[in-house]
Design a protein around this ligand. Structure first.
Ligand code: ADP
Ligand code: ZN
Length: 526
């Protein structure tokens, strides 16, 4: 069988496209050949074809595991329209429909079967028994970051998917995600038992999106200014943290003559569906929404995505801003960020139900997001670095276009890194940013005296900066990859880039911290 020709043939005949994009062909050939794969591609990158084509070429039914139950009907309809035999099984379904899909699966009259992960949880469900009686061509595990506690969207049901490998050792598995740092990626591979699978990592760059992060002063006025001067009459999404602010901002925009609709989980499902379909169909509507909105939304001409509140993670930010400019035309990602956002999110983390490890993970995500907000370097290259890609200054983000005021933070960086080196020498003991800062500030806390850290040469050498400034230094070093946090306890560690800073071969520039007085804190409440 001439596999590649076959794949190209299916691409043209069934999907009507001329050529594969990026890594698609390599991935597809690999899976058709029976190999496992871990695929990282940004939203809109074309992940679906990576399992749909192998499922059509290989014998048997391709089983797709997806958490997006609400989208299964749409996905199946779209495939059916192309002449692909697809079905889904989920809890929202009529018994009759279910039976029909089960029968089609068993008789091999399906090409693709979509399932929710909970259908397989426990490994003893009726769905499991059904799968064992059919012939499966491959397993596609969509939104694979859901298996990782390090991701931003952990779903316990995904953990059960590790058994696919044991029960069907000969069936290839392809895990796909649009959002994974190198740590999450490693975690996905371990938990899904994909240790030997090659990783296919597509570029995460979205060159047509201009990233901008502004200090939050009067967020609604700032937003209005943006819409009126740069995006009049254009479609966009405005993300807010709470349902109440969604409603208020939507009302405000309407009162200013801008057509806007609200979307959040507190609206009844009919209103939600109606607003969503208006946004997709009509031109120039602004959707004001919580992050409940957007998964799987494929509207090519979204010209801007604005965040009025700080996203909880870089992954979330990247995914939400990625909904702008899918058509490749110039688009804006704009975020207003103030001290109050940080205070509020720290509070939410402290008050969250999870255990300590979970809270630390949330804090790490938040720190990375803050670092992106505070960088003096190109936003895009920092964003790409976060996803493990290198890149120079882009010329299409706010820091490239209007370089911010910066200061030479080399000396504080050396002080902090030297402290980390000394703490690292204490075998068996692990310390985080708090301890390092206490030492630099010369504080004789209980924990400092207990470990005799007041006897270290670095004790008290950082009194020229305040605690918040030191936190800024830590965040910015993390952001620049000159420092790392490891493990569930947030232990600080050097990276392979730290050496040149310690040996004075490399300077470290930092963004000037905005004046964070009480007055600006209360004004930036938004
Ligand atoms: P993802 O799941 O990665 O977000 P999709 O699989 O939904 O992305 O693909 C995004 C869009 O790109 C879809 O409209 C899809 O039909 C289109 N697409 C994917 N691959 C190709 C290709 N090789 N040529 C042209 N269009 C493609
Ligand atoms: Zn840039």
């Amino acid at each position: 069988m001439d596999v590649p020709t076959n794949a190209v043939d299916v691409l043209r005949r069934v999907f009507g496209y001329d050529a594969f994009r990026g890594e698609q062909q390599k991935i597809i050939e690999h899976v058709i050949g029976g190999g496992d794969a871990l695929v990282l591609m940004p939203t809109g990158g074309g992940k679906s074809l990576c399992y749909q084509i192998p499922a059509l070429v290989r014998d048997g039914v391709g089983v797709v595991i997806s958490p997006l139950i609400a989208l299964m009907q749409d996905q199946v309809d779209a495939l059916t329209a192309l002449g692909v035999r697809a079905g889904f099984l989920n809890s929202s379904q009529q018994l009759e429909d279910r039976r029909a899909v089960e029968k089609a699966f068993l008789t091999g009259e399906l090409d693709l079967l979509y399932l929710a992960p909970e259908a397989l949880a426990g490994g003893t469900s009726s769905t499991m028994r059904l799968l064992e009686r059919g012939r499966i061509s491959l397993f596609a595990i969509d939104e694979a970051h859901c298996v990782s506690q390090w991701g931003h969207d952990f779903r316990p049901d995904y953990l059960a998917l590790s058994m696919l490998h044991e029960r069907w050792p000969d069936v290839p598995r392809i895990a796909l995600t649009a959002t994974a740092t190198s740590r999450t990626r490693a975690d996905i591979a371990t938990r899904l038992k994909l240790d030997d699978a090659p990783h296919f990592v597509a570029s995460f760059d979205r060159p047509n999106i201009r990233y901008r992060i502004a200090p939050k002063a009067e967020p609604r006025k700032q937003l209005l200014e943006l819409l009126r001067t740069e995006h009049p009459g254009e479609a966009g999404i405005v993300y807010c943290l709470s349902r109440a602010s969604v409603e208020k901002v939507a009302d405000f925009l309407v009162s200013q003559g801008i057509p806007a609709l609200p979307y959040h989980a507190g609206l009844d499902s009919r209103t939600r569906a109606a607003n969503q379909s208006r946004f997709l169909r009509e031109d120039g509507l602004v959707m004001v929404a919580t992050i409940a909105f957007g998964m799987g939304i494929d509207k090519p001409d979204v010209r801007f995505v604005a965040h009025l509140d700080l996203p909880k993670s870089v992954e979330g930010y990247y995914q939400e801003t990625g909904r702008a400019g899918r058509d490749g035309l110039p688009s804006t990602a704009w975020l207003a960020y103030g001290l109050q956002d940080v205070v509020q999110q720290r509070k939410m983390i402290d008050g969250s139900d999870g255990d300590l490890a979970h809270r630390r993970m949330l804090a790490t995500h938040l720190d990375a997001m803050l670092a992106l907000c505070e960088t003096v370097e190109c936003r895009r290259s920092q964003l790409l670095q976060y996803f493990g890609q290198e890149g120079g200054a882009c010329g299409n983000c706010d820091t490239c276009l209007e370089p911010p005021e910066s200061w030479d933070g080399t000396v504080p960086a050396q002080k902090l890194l030297s402290t980390v080196v000394r703490l690292d020498r204490e075998r068996g003991q692990k310390f985080g940013a708090g301890q390092a800062i206490d030492i630099l500030l010369g504080r004789r806390t209980e924990k400092v005296t207990r470990f005799r850290h007041d006897e270290l040469s670095v004790f008290g050498i950082g009194e020229d900066l305040s605690e918040p400034q030191w936190r800024g230094v830590v965040r910015q070093l993390l952001a620049q990859g000159l420092l790392a946090v490891e493990g569930e306890y947030g232990v600080l560690a050097l990276t392979d880039k730290s050496g040149p800073v310690l040996s004075r071969e490399r300077a470290v520039m930092m963004r000037r911290e905005p004046e964070r007085t009480k007055r600006s804190a209360s004004r930036s409440g938004g």
